[in-house]
Design a binder for this molecule. Structure first.
Ligand code: GLS
Length: 820
């Protein structure tokens, strides 16, 4: 970035408004001003972006291609300014012309090209890659419609399309020169070549063009600007009514329809596959384009592909892009003319796989007939990989059918994408230590036994640039005051707070900051929901995707339990609490949607009951997304991380709350385990079954929630309130399916499969401890400060450095802008 020149910057904004909208500054709307400011900021980024690409072109460093169906970016304007270290200057410049940066930032649509944790992790990783100075491309899809917007109408979730490109997105750049053909359908004809080898000729296919759009990923204060490529689909031949004979006419119509539908929408399911053909097409589309791009770039410098693994590594973010294995093989064999063995050697050194969940319903499997019909040549390659892999298994375990059943890529009429990724990948990693252990010892046990050297752990992390520097400026200043500058790129620096955590003055200062942030959120809540909340109550927050294993249902049952107690003993000693929820449910996920309705109905009853004197409030924040999340974390006192142990692979929200000085109430699950190690038992509230206990129950089928229902009167009462009309205006049926969840036992769907009742009593008791602890302001403040002090490990900078050291082996690049 050139040295910031206020005068030029201001001039550019007014020029932009004039040229883009034929208006003066005074006439422009806030949205127009956002576009004008964003364009000016993009202009500031450009020199560094060009310089970074030039260094990459010249030095040709090894580069990671992070292949991901999802990048949940959130707004870019503020974050870019933070990373350019220009936020304060730009804010001041705008003030000079009467503009408020905050208001302008809020005009930006959240680019929501992801569902939740997995997509947000990808975005944090890009931020860290650029900030650490590593050469990287994110590769994804330019969905016309990202994650849906959520409205709550009479307590129900309603999904509204998210047309984020409606006014044009100022940070994206179309790159028509990067355009690759991607083929679907048709059939493969084999032809003998003169040298005796086979040619595989793909015929009668439909083709679309993948066209690149680049987004800048600005590194923190280092001039490095990496690139996120999102692929758009366009028909190969522009459709024209007159110039086609009948056959071409149909093909043109089909191809233009395919191009249109291909990138239309993000599938809004987290950790659940729907198995739609279009989804497989999306996967192949962006994977093929990305690999073609990587190979074209490599070939500018090399004639032989043998050295590809020295220059390129593809990280496959979950099973979604794992068709990359076969697509790379296809290109190396069919396009580049390598032998199978040469291609396999290269491929298996270039691809690595990250597993993000143990939930069986999330591991992608495709019916063979669909896969073969859509990708006939790629299927042949998968078939051959499988044939050879099964021979390897038989070699290693003669006569052991079980091993083939668990590890074969093609089995039972399905293509198992995780198995493909593990068979071919040189690295397989989980995303928190516990998760990786469960992969090794339970779900991927056979693979671990066969390929122990491939398995490794990379505990997730988050970027402190967005979630502290941008999201919580007051706390950011506090950290700078006591730890000095530098935590933006070295989060371990917050450890200096340990020495301050006992200091009453520092504690008071921390609590004042928290209170300011609670006021900011309270104002937002009032505006959005009309609910007035008490900023001196405990802000107890549960925000994340709605999923049964995350147990929002347990949380709201606990609220119902507390309300019963308050009604029974109106004079009881009670620490006021505001329970804050935010969660989107997949559109077809019934229990999840019913849970949202239940939370809203409980909120309605409790918030309107004047007899409890406002001691409990329940708020459901509509449309939880990256931009409002930043405010929510900053305001939280208590962070709910209460998944059934063993089910949450890592969690990353847990880390964002910790960074913002909230105390966690949680199970020993995912990365909570490692947070506990870092922050110590005095500063975190742990309860519930362990992962081993849960796995034990699942294995032995000896969990009996019905007994708890019958024997624990508090449990009995809250469950009955689901079907006695208390929270449904007398409708006994509205929440019957949630009630049944606890008690209906079926072999494929056991009662209370997420062990809510098993953990309920210890959850109640631990929540009592939370309330008692909150009364001790000094102890609470100390623990909150300790959370900030001990969060260092959970920076995504640490995670990325581990990926670089153990998997990618990249070298840092140095960018100096010549104009500087
Ligand atoms: C997820 C896991 O559920 C989270 O625990 C994890 O933090 C995240 C990133 O690794 O990935 N897997 C998934 O499919 N969605 C997720 O959020």
């Amino acid at each position: 970035m050139k040295a910031f020149n206020k005068k030029i910057f201001i001039k550019q904004i007014s020029d932009n408004v004039k040229n883009m909208y034929r208006k003066n500054l005074e006439e422009a709307s806030q949205e127009e001003l956002f576009q004008a400011v964003a364009d000016a900021v993009k202009n500031m980024i450009m020199d560094d972006w060009i310089a970074t690409q030039q260094v990459m072109e010249k030095d040709e460093p090894k580069t990671v291609y992070y292949l991901s169906m999802e990048f949940l970016l959130g707004r870019a304007l503020g974050n870019n300014l933070i990373n350019m270290t220009a936020y304060a200057q730009v804010k001041e410049a705008l003030e000079e012309i009467g503009l408020d940066l905050n208001t302008i930032e809020q005009q930006e649509p959240d680019p929501a090209l992801g569902n939740g944790g997995l997509g947000r992790l990808a975005a944090c990783f890009l931020d860290s890659l650029a900030s650490l100075g590593y050469p990287a491309y994110g590769c994804g899809i330019r969905y016309r419609y990202g994650m849906f917007k959520q409205q709550i109408v009479e307590g129900f979730q309603v999904e509204v399309p998210d047309n984020w490109l409606k006014n044009g997105y100022p940070f994206e750049m179309k790159r028509p020169e990067y355009c690759y053909e991607v083929r679907f359908g048709g059939h493969v004809r084999m032809e003998m070549r003169e040298d005796g080898n086979m040619d595989f000729i793909h015929e009668d296919y439909q083709a679309v063009n993948a066209v690149a759009y680049d987004l800048p990923i600005v590194g923190y204060n280092n001039h490095v600007v990496d690139t996120l490529i999102i692929w758009d689909a366009q028909p190969e031949v522009e459709f024209s009514l007159t110039s086609f004979n009948e056959g071409q006419y149909h093909k043109a119509v089909e191809e233009s329809n395919l191009a249109r539908t291909l990138v239309e929408v993000l599938y809004p399911n987290d950790e659940h596959i729907q198995g739609k053909e279009l989804r497989l097409k999306q996967q192949y589309f962006f994977v093929s384009a990305s690999i073609q791009r990587a190979i074209a770039k490599y070939k500018k410098h090399h004639r032989s592909l043998k050295q590809l693994p020295k220059k390129v590594v593809f990280q496959m973010n979950d099973t979604h892009p794992t068709v990359a294995v076969a697509e790379l093989m296809r290109i190396l064999i069919d396009v580049e003319g390598l032998s199978w063995d040469e291609a396999w050697k290269i491929t298996t050194q270039c691809v690595a796989y990250t597993n993000h969940t143990i939930m069986a319903e999330a591991l992608e499997k495709w019916p063979i007939d669909i896969f073969e019909r859509i990708l006939p040549r790629v299927y042949q390659i998968v078939d051959e990989i499988n044939r050879r892999f099964v021979l390897d298994i038989m070699d290693r375990y003669p006569g052991n059918e079980d091993k083939i059943r668990s590890m074969a890529i093609l089995y039972d009429g399905q293509v198992r994408m995780a198995n493909l990724a593990i068979a071919a990948g040189f690295s397989v990693n989980g995303v928190a230590r516990l998760h990786t252990e469960i992969l090794k010892n339970e779900s991927l046990k056979d693979f671990y036994e066969m390929f122990p050297e491939k398995f490794n752990n990379k505990t997730n992390g988050i970027t402190q640039r967005r979630f502290l520097a941008h999201g919580n400026p007051l706390l950011a200043d506090f950290v700078t005051k006591y730890c000095g500058k530098g935590w933006e790129t070295d989060l371990q620096k917050t450890r200096k707070l340990i020495a301050k955590a006992d200091d009453p003055k520092v504690q008071k200062e921390f609590m004042e900051i928290k209170r300011e942030n609670k006021k900011r959120l309270a104002k937002y809540i009032l505006e959005k929901t009309g609910i007035e909340v008490n900023v001196d109550s405990i802000f107890d927050v549960h925000v994340k995707r709605l999923h049964e294993y995350k147990r929002q249902l347990m949380n709201i049952l606990h609220v119902m339990y507390l309300y019963n107690r308050l009604k029974d003993n109106p004079d009881m000693d009670f620490v006021p609490r505001t329970f804050i929820f935010g969660a989107k449910a997949a559109a077809g996920y019934r229990n999840a949607k019913n849970t949202i309705k239940l939370i809203n109905n409980v909120a309605d009853v409790i918030n309107h009951d004047v007899s409890i004197g406002g001691k409990i409030k329940v708020v459901f924040i509509e449309d939880y997304k990256v931009s409002n999340a930043e405010w929510i974390y900053a305001a939280a006192d208590v962070s709910e991380q209460i998944s059934t142990a063993s089910k949450e692979a890592s969690g990353t929200g847990n880390m964002k709350f910790m960074l913002n000085g909230a105390l966690t109430i949680g199970t020993m699950d995912g990365a909570n385990v490692e947070m506990f190690e870092e922050v110590g038992e005095e500063n975190m509230f742990i309860f519930g079954l362990s992962a081993q206990e849960v796995i034990g129950f699942e294995r032995n089928h000896n969990y009996r929630p019905g007994d708890i229902y019958n024997n624990d009167p508090d449990v009995n009462r809250v469950l009955n309130q689901l079907i006695d009309g208390t929270y449904s205006h007398g409708d006994y049926e509205l929440f019957r399916s949630l009630y049944n969840y606890f008690l209906n036992d079926r072999p494929d769907n056991p009662a209370d499969r997420y062990f809510i009742l098993a953990d309920f009593r210890s959850y109640i008791q631990t929540q009592e401890k939370v309330a008692a602890y909150y009364r001790n302001r000094s102890a609470w403040a100390k623990s909150a400060i300790m959370n900030v002090a001990c969060v260092g490990k959970f920076s995504s900078d640490r995670t990325i450095q581990e990926y670089v050291d153990d998997i990618w082996h990249l070298e840092k690049i140095k960018v100096r802008t010549s104009l500087f």
